[in-house]
Design a protein around this ligand. Structure first.
Ligand SMILES: [Zn+2]
Length: 203
């Protein structure tokens, strides 16, 4: 039988110390961890909050993504693409449906488009000579409107492999905007050539 939220919390507490801190393990011991285990400690566990508070934009009337449906560097009738500014990686792009959907609410036709578009985006980002790999993330704990992240890992940065990339991104100084904009345009143009769409909204 699945653990309830409170049972899951009790299960975690049983592995924690008297300050409710879990021991360091697994990822913090990888040599790609951005943190030296010496002096590092885990935050005290907090109890579950059920029901969970609403995310931003649960009501489409208050949703920023819906308001900005015509903002971006590439568009179809259904999708738009933005460059995410203020990041440490060389390029971060975000793909969103132009209308209000969370991932679980996509029609099968939109879900199929998302799969093909994600594949084309990964291909075009990885074709950039300064990029080692494109990582794809759908999280959705902050905003209700589906937003899929494409994070480009800098070529040769073996220390940034894998799931710590987003933390390294946050630690790194901001990547200069001019080359990031130029690379974003290369990706948008390649997407127009391989998939369709346009640089400006047409609907
Ligand atoms: Zn929305």
């Amino acid at each position: 039988m699945a653990l309830t939220p409170d049972e899951y919390y009790a299960h975690a507490l049983a592995a924690a110390d008297e300050d409710r801190r879990l021991p360091l393990a697994r990822m913090t011991e990888w040599d790609i961890s951005p943190f030296d285990p010496e002096g590092l400690r885990v935050s005290p566990l907090r109890p579950p909050v059920v029901p969970e508070p609403p995310r931003h934009g649960e009501d489409p009337a208050d949703c920023k993504s819906c308001e900005l449906r015509d903002e971006g560097i590439w568009f179809t009738d259904n999708w738009r693409l933005n460059r995410v500014q203020g990041v440490g990686v060389p390029l971060a792009l975000m793909l969103r449906p132009r209308d209000h959907y969370d991932m679980a609410d996509l029609t099968d036709d939109l879900a199929a488009e998302l799969g093909v578009l994600s594949t084309h985006l990964v291909r075009h980002i990885q074709a950039l000579p300064n990029i080692g790999r494109a990582h794809v993330y759908r999280l959705g704990d902050g905003g209700a409107h589906l937003h899929v992240w494409f994070f480009a890992r800098p070529a040769g940065q073996r220390q940034m492999l894998g799931s710590w990339l987003m933390v390294w991104d946050d630690l790194m100084p901001e990547y200069p905007a001019e080359p990031a904009d130029a690379d974003a345009q290369v990706v948008a143009d390649a997407l127009i050539a391989s998939y369709g769409g346009s640089r400006e909204p047409t609907s």
